[in-house]
Design a protein. Structure first.
Length: 150
């Protein structure tokens, strides 16, 4: 095997995103907007700074994206009760059918991508990739910790 695991995961994710974008192009939602809506579906009430960090975008870029989705009636901003300067984001009812459609497209694509893998192989693959993610997540947390004794 010549490719590293990092390259394989990155390239596979890129191909997956490209195919998903193609399948949901008619919705008028960009890939980044879809990621934002999907994240909010799982983490409704998140504040913009956490969301920008998760999506790995600059806050101003996220703010513009949120403006467009708010103007389309997909989400709303509410004051963060813990930080008067911040906003929390909530899905509007108009977004729910779109999220369902996008989720269905995602599930179908994931099933096609795993074609030929048994149920056990699918579970093993998911478990291994999750372990890699946890290792990297732990490493990221370790690098954010201030050094002891400094």
């Amino acid at each position: 095997m010549n490719e590293t695991i990092g390259f394989l995961i990155h390239d596979t994710a890129r191909m997956f995103r490209r195919e998903l974008n193609e399948r949901v192009r008619h919705s008028g939602v960009t890939a980044m907007q879809w990621r934002l809506l999907a994240y909010l579906a799982r983490n409704e009430g998140s504040n913009q700074s956490k969301l920008a960090e998760f999506l790995e975008v600059e806050p101003i870029t996220l703010s513009r994206m949120i403006d467009r989705l708010a103007d389309a009636g997909m989400l709303s901003r509410r004051r963060d009760p813990d930080d008067r300067r911040a906003w929390c984001l909530y899905l509007e009812d108009k977004a729910l059918p779109l999220i369902d459609e996008l989720r269905t497209a995602y599930v179908l694509l994931a099933d096609e991508a795993q074609d030929g893998l048994s149920a056990d192989e699918r579970a093993q693959l998911a478990g291994l990739v999750e372990r890699i993610r946890q290792n990297l997540s732990r490493k990221a947390c370790d690098t954010k910790q201030p050094e002891q004794g400094a």
